[in-house]
Structure formats: structure tokens, C-alpha cells
Design a protein around this ligand. Structure first.
Ligand code: ADP
Ligand code: MG
Length: 760
């Protein structure tokens, strides 16, 4: 029934998973749950949905759902499968947080895991689906883990009701015991099918020494050496974030200039096409748009505050010093530009525009060697063809949370052995390959064997609230593949109780904290309303309060801006040239000026950084949210578009919870009045009450590190107001903050002033 092109069919036949089609489909027929393990590139993601389609799993009313932890994969794989099956994207579609191309004809739907979780809240039985594939389960993303837990209950329920449903869990590693050996999850272990991949041997070369400082420099030098000395074959480089990827790309392009016709494929050109594409898209959008903002489709909204792509979005902010040396021309003089050895250099990271991403799958121009410089998206989500050499820096950038204090920081740390081996494996897909590890074998020996499940590393209040809303009261008893720490669950319940989302636990004498968690507080009506807002509980609380004094439109705008994060462009990035450097300086000055303007005057100053957000959103929307306005004023265009969508979405969500407020998105929103500012500050305090900080008193100033510092209840260390903050000069006695992020110091972000008499 599927009419594939001959060359597609030929390529499919070479994929190891095709040899197992019978075995897989038989297991799926005979079992409710099946686990499928296969090396990256064996064809799991692209082929298994097609097997199911051909076996008729989408021929009735139910469709095939596939979840991915990364947006990149959901988008790119839906396109690939549509192409392989010769079907339109209206049939093989995708849905990610804010966008998608799902139609009523959709038969195979790729989505991020957060999207499916949100659908479960609307229809616990997921009746639209006849089968769900959870892909990349080895990544152990929080949503994946929870989905597996939920589906372990949903699938038997469905089958009991005579509405057959299947679950397939796919993993790139053989380490699936957390799923198969967990009796709480699956009382009878599901069958595990292993696909033997045709993997060529990869020789692994360790460095004798491990560069601790300039590892990106080492990456650059090793890549140059491979390109100069070794036979043809693609090079895949693993780095930790977008900023590093770009600087190494820039250095490689300078060392091995590559010209197609007479257009350079340098950074400049790419940036130009990027922005003109954006402009084109924008013009198209504007054409369709009448005066008011686009109406948002209520069914089209997805997610919990998903952190997808964070590792890239925030890549710049703690990189301050570490990347500067890369922009340094002195470092490049060692590599004379050599146009006789063209190298076709492509970046790859999760926030890269899809057209740019797609380039890595195409063969490089004739006579040039392919070199993809990637973050760990290339580890298992995307298989790049023709790679013979892998250069592995051995590191990964992750967000770390302090469970007790809630302080988060992005840190580059060593990766796990399993990840390093995955990276090495990328070199042996088409022929024997080589992997260059830029660290010693002793250092490798010290890596942890596997990376920890994400759920054990982050706060869980959003998940707990969502689960309570699904009437899962005893969260500790939920069949998690890996249960979050009792500490994290207690902290989450306490926060939710303090926000009023959960009922106060009964005060029967002195109940220990651990026992209290097991008592499991039920969700309150306020909690139900909060759970329906697609933002984290602190912000949901603000929305729930926003009705007073007509503050709701402002609260919605501020919450949207706080949720999207990083609305300002990173203008501190290293400049590629002197010209760029002076342009950046100009733009920095302009942004600083605008921030002062947006912060307002008098009373509104006290709303601090949140007033700056509100002012920026208001001004940008007033100007029509154009690329030009963002570019000129130091705002990230993509972030502003996301804020616009989220504002619409939150407005609809608020209206559906309390229709009487009749709030709408006003693109000509007047600044808040003085009394509204005071009201907004209290609303912010109600949501961020546990993020209160007090400026240190004179008598505490014994140690100079406490100068201009703030004290918070949870931290022993001083925290500071960042120089870029609107309240840096004011230094109010009390403030609340959005989060503390540790960079060079512990800085509060999103600071707003609190009147002393409001402090509980
Ligand atoms: P797995 O999920 O097992 O890692 P995939 O199904 O993602 O494997 O990949 C199977 C093959 O399809 C790989 O060889 C990969 O290079 C190829 N492939 C995937 N996406 C594309 C694409 N957009 N263009 C060309 N080839 C692709
Ligand atoms: Mg895959």
C-alpha cells in the first residue's frame, strides 16, 4: 500500500532493522509492550512507524504516535518518513511545543514527549492512538520516564475496555533493565528485541594528556590534522554548546576556505540567509495577519514548561571567558588558510533552523570533505551519513540544580562512558573508522558508566502538580522507571502547598517530612486551575491571581516572557572580526539604553527586571513584532515570536478557566498604572515567595564579599544583583528573584523589589 521510490527502497533494505521486521511485528501482535534495542542508525525511528503503518495500525480510527525527547528529531524524522513513504506531511506529521502540521488525515504523528503528556491530561486513554512508540528511551528524559509510567497503566486499561493499544519502547543502548526489570512498571517483563547493527570496527585513540583549559583549541587542531593527513571520509566533532560549535566552525572555515562557485559558505553568508529566511517567513505571516494577533488554536497547545533545547539556548551565558580565546586571531596564525584542501564545515545543534539541519544529510560538494561540528544531538538522535572520523571532546553541557537551594547553573562536565562509546560508534556506520578522544584513557576510566536519569537531577514541582491533576495522589507510588529522590518529592509538595495548589496536609502531631510526603496532599481547586496553565506552578499561581485590578494582561505578558527566557540577544559573544566587534559594542550600548527605557520611571522601577520584560514585550508588539525591531533593539526574534504565541495561549487558557474575565491580547497595551505596578509586585511575590532575598545589614559587612550582597533563607553564600539588572543601582532592602544562576558569582535573575511590610 506504500509506494516508495526505488532509491529509497534500496536504502531501506540496507538498514539492519529491516531484517527484523517479521520478528518485531510478531512481538507487537502478541504483546502489549515491546522493547526494541538497536544501535543508532539501524533504522528504528524511520522504519518501525512504517512497519506499523503497513501492518494496518493506522488504518482504523487510531493513529501511530511517536515521541521524541528533542524537537529537532520530531521535526526532522517526520519529514524523512513522509519522504520515504511518498506521503504528504499532512499524513506523516509532527507536533512540537508551538508548532506542527498535524491534519485530520494524519496517520503517523511525531511529537515531543511533553506534547503527548499534555494530551494524556485531556484524554487519559489516548483514544486517538492505536500504538505509541517512545523513542530514545535511553536518554531518560523526564517526560519519557513519566510517559512510560503512565502508559504502563493506560495500555492495559485500553485493552480491558476492548480498545486495543500497543506500546513500543525504543532504545539505542541495551541498558533497558530499568524498564524491563521494574515489576512496579511491568509485572511481566516485556520481550526485548535486539537489532544487530552492521557496525564496522572503530579504532579508539586516546590522548596522552587531557587538556583541561583549552579543549576547543585541541578539537580544532586535531580536526585540522585529520583533514590534512588522513584519507577521505567525513569528520564529526562533538562539542558541548552552540557558542563552541560556532567558534570552531569559524576557525575551521578560516583554515580551509571552501568556495562553491564564487559564494563563500562562511558564517556571514549563513547568517544572512538565516535572517532573510526569517524575514521572508515573517513577511508571509504578516500578509495573512489582519490587525489583531493570530487566534491560537486551543487544541494545538502542548506542553509543560519543557526545557527542550535549553542546553543550546543558554549555551552562551556562562561561556563568558571560555570562548574568548577562540575568537583570538593569534590562535589561528598556526593554521595558514589553505584553499587547496576544501573542508565543508556544517554546524549542528538543536536550535539550528531546520533547513540548516537538513544539510548534514546531503552529500558534501564534490571534492570537499564533510565536517559536522555538533553538540550531543548527533550522539543518538540524528545519524549523519559518511562519517569516518569522530573527534570527541569528552564533555557535555548540562543544567545542574541544587536540590536544596534551587540554584541552577550550566556546567560543562565529563560525559558518561556509554555516551562516549555512542559517539565513537558514529565513525563506523559505513566503513571502519577512527575515534579521537581528546582525553586520556585514565580519565575515561573515571567517567560514570551511564548518565543519570534526568528525573533524579531536577526539581519536580511541575510534574507533581500535573500528576495530581491526573488524580495520581500518591506520587511516591507512581511506577517511575527511576523514582525521583524523596527529598525532591517533599520539596515539590511543600512548594505546591505553599502556593495553595495542594491542600494543607493534616497536622496530626509532629509528622516527619518523609512521612508527610507519603501522606500525599490532594489537589485543590486552585491547583486544578494552575495545572491547566502550560507554565510552571510559580507562574501559574501568578496567572491565577492576575484578575485583580485588571492586571491580567500584564501578568500574562510577564509570565510569557519569564517562561521563554533569554529574550535578549547575547551581545557579549566573541566577535569574528574588528568590524563585527565594533558593531557588537554599538548594539550593546543600544540595548543598555533600551533596558533603561523599558524599566520605566518612578513606581514602575520597583518592578525591576520584570518591568523591563514587560516594557520590551509591549514595545516589540507595538512595533508589530518585526525582525527589524528585534535586531535593532537587542531582542532575540525567535524568543519574541515564542512569547507572542505563549501570550495567546495563556490568554485562551485563562479565559477557559474563568470566562468572565474576558481577557484578550492587546498589541497596544498601555503601561501599567502606579497602582497596577504595586499590584503586580504583590502578585509576583505570591508566586516567588520562596525566592525572597534580604539585603545584608551594615553589621553583617565583616567580610567584603558581602558588600551589596543579599541573603536568602536557603543559601549560606551571598547572592547578588547582576550589573545588567534594573535594580543594580537601587539595591532595595527586599527583593524576589526568578532564579539564581551561578556564573562567575551567584546572580539573581529576574529581580523585583518587595516592600518590607509585605514580607511575611
Ligand atoms: P535509528 O533510529 O535506529 O538511530 P534512523 O531510523 O534514525 O536510525 O536512521 C536510519 C538511516 O536513515 C540512517 O542511515 C540515517 O542516516 C538515515 N536518515 C535519517 N534521516 C535522514 C534524512 N533526513 N535524510 C537522509 N537520510 C536520513
Ligand atoms: Mg532514532
Amino acid at each position: 500500500s506504500v509506494d516508495r521510490l526505488p532509491e529509497i527502497q534500496e536504502a531501506r533494505l540496507r538498514l539492519p532493522v529491516l531484517a527484523e521486521e517479521q520478528v518485531i511485528m510478531e512481538a507487537v501482535r502478541e504483546n502489549h509492550f515491546v522493547v526494541l534495542c538497536g544501535e543508532t542508525g539501524s533504522g528504528k525511528t524511520t522504519q518501525v512507524p512504517q512497519f506499523l503503518y503497513e501492518a494496518g495500525y493506522a488504518s482504523g480510527t487510531g493513529i501511530i504516535g511517536v515521541t521524541e525527547p528533542r524537537r529537532v528529531a520530531a521535526v526532522s524524522m517526520s519529514h524523512r518518513v513522509a519522504k520515504e513513504m511518498n506521503l504528504s506531511t499532512g499524513v506523516v506529521s509532527y507536533q512540537i511545543r508551538y508548532e506542527g502540521n498535524v491534519t485530520s488525515d494524519t496517520k503517523i504523528k511525531f511529537m515531543t514527549d511533553g506534547v503527548l503528556l499534555k494530551e494524556i491530561q485531556k484524554d487519559f486513554l489516548l483514544q486517538r492512538y492505536s500504538v505509541i512508540i517512545i523513542d530514545e528511551a535511553h536518554e531518560r528524559s523526564v517526560y519519557t520516564d513519566i510517559l512510560i509510567g503512565l502508559l504502563s497503566r493506560i495500555v492495559p486499561l485500553r485493552n480491558k475496555k476492548g480498545l486495543p493499544m500497543k506500546l513500543i519502547v525504543m532504545s539505542a543502548t541495551l541498558r533497558v533493565e530499568d524498564f524491563t526489570e521494574n515489576r512496579k512498571l511491568f509485572p511481566t517483563p516485556p520481550p526485548v528485541i535486539k537489532v544487530e547493527a552492521r557496525q564496522f570496527p572503530v579504532s579508539v585513540h586516546f590522548n596522552k594528556r587531557t587538556p583541561l583549559e583549552d579543549y576547543t583549541g585541541e578539537v580544532f587542531r586535531k580536526t585540522c590534522k585529520i583533514h590534512r593527513m588522513l584519507p577521505p571520509g567525513g569528520i564529526l566533532v562533538f562539542l558541548t554548546g552552540q557558542a563552541e560549535v560556532h567558534s570552531v566552525c569559524r576557525r575551521l572555515r578560516r583554515a580551509f576556505p571552501f568556495r562553491r562557485g564564487n559564494t563563500a559558505t562562511g558564517e556571514g553568508e549563513e547568517a544572512a540567509t538565516d535572517s532573510s529566511d526569517e524575514m521572508k517567513k515573517f513577511k508571509k505571516a504578516k500578509h495573512k495577519r489582519t490587525v489583531s494577533l493570530p487566534r491560537i488554536d486551543l487544541d494545538n497547545y502542548s506542553a509543560l514548561p519543557v526545557d527542550e533545547g535549553d542546553e543550546d539556548r543558554l549555551a552562551g551565558i556562562d561561556d563568558e571567558g571560555s570562548d574568548l580565546e577562540l575568537g583570538d586571531d593569534a590562535a589561528d596564525t598556526e593554521e595558514k588558510a589553505d584553499p587547496s584542501l576544501p573542508l565543508y564545515v556544517l554546524p549542528l545543534y538543536s536550535l539550528l533552523a531546520p533547513e540548516q539541519q537538513a544539510k548534514v544529510f546531503r552529500p558534501p560538494p564534490h571534492g570537499a570533505r564533510l565536517c559536522v561540528v555538533a553538540t550531543n544531538v548527533a550522539e543518538t538522535s540524528l545519524t549523519i551519513p559518511g562519517i569516518k572520523y569522530v573527534v570527541d571532546c569528552g564533555r557535555v553541557k548540562k543544567r545542574f540544580y541544587d536540590r536544596v537551594t534551587g540554584v541552577s547553573s550550566f556546567k560543562v562536565s565529563w560525559t558518561a562512558q556509554a555516551s562516549a562509546n555512542q559517539r565513537a560508534g558514529r565513525a563506523g556506520r559505513t566503513e571502519p573508522g577512527h575515534c579521537y578522544r581528546l582525553y586520556s584513557s585514565a580519565v575515561f576510566g573515571d567517567f560514570s558508566l551511564f548518565s543519570e536519569a534526568e528525573i533524579t537531577r531536577r526539581p519536580v514541582e511541575d510534574l507533581v502538580l500535573q500528576m495530581k491533576d491526573l488524580n495520581i495522589d500518591k506520587v511516591v507510588n507512581f511506577p517511575f522507571p527511576t523514582t525521583p529522590s524523596a527529598e525532591a518529592l517533599v520539596a515539590a509538595e511543600q512548594l505546591l502547598v505553599s502556593l495553595g495548589a495542594l491542600e494543607e496536609p493534616p497536622r496530626t502531631g509532629r509528622v516527619k517530612e518523609m512521612e508527610r510526603a507519603r501522606l500525599s496532599c490532594p489537589i485543590s481547586p486552585l491547583g486544578r486551575a494552575m495545572a491547566s496553565f502550560p507554565v510552571s506552578p510559580r507562574y501559574a499561581k501568578m496567572l491565577a491571581l492576575g484578575k485583580q485590578q485588571d492586571c491580567l494582561p500584564y501578568v500574562i505578558a510577564v509570565v510569557a516572557a519569564m517562561t521563554v527566557r533569554e529574550i535578549f540577544e547575547d551581545l557579549d559573544r566573541p566577535a569574528g572580526s574588528e568590524d563585527e566587534s565594533s558593531k557588537l559594542a554599538q548594539r550593546r550600548a543600544r540595548l543598555a539604553q533600551m533596558r533603561r527605557l523599558w524599566a520605566g520611571q518612578g513606581a514602575s522601577l520597583l518592578l525591576g527586571d520584570l518591568m523591563v520584560l514587560l516594557g520590551a514585550v509591549g514595545a516589540c508588539e507595538f512595533a508589530g513584532c518585526t525582525f527589524k525591531f528585534c535586531e535593532e533593539n537587542g531582542l532575540r526574534y525567535k524568543a519574541m515570536l515564542e512569547i507572542r504565541r505563549l501570550r495567546g495561549q495563556l490568554t485562551n487558557a485563562v479565559n477557559s478557566v474563568c470566562p468572565e474575565v474576558g481577557v484578550f491580547v492587546d498589541c497596544k497595551m498601555a503601561p501599567p498604572t502606579e497602582s497596577q505596578v504595586a499590584c503586580l509586585r504583590q502578585i509576583v511575590l505570591a508566586g516567588l515567595g520562596d525566592h525572597l532575598a534580604r539585603r545584608v545589614q551594615q553589621e553583617e559587612l565583616l567580610d567584603p564579599k558581602w558588600r551589596n550582597a543579599y541573603k536568602t533563607p536557603l543559601l549560606d553564600e551571598p547572592v547578588y544583583i547582576h550589573p545588567s539588572s534594573a535594580l543594580f543601582k537601587t539595591l532595595p532592602q527586599f527583593v524576589v528573584y526568578q532564579e539564581v544562576l551561578e556564573t562567575t558569582k551567584m546572580y539573581m535573575r529576574g529581580v523585583s523589589a518587595v516592600e518590607p511590610e509585605w514580607v511575611p
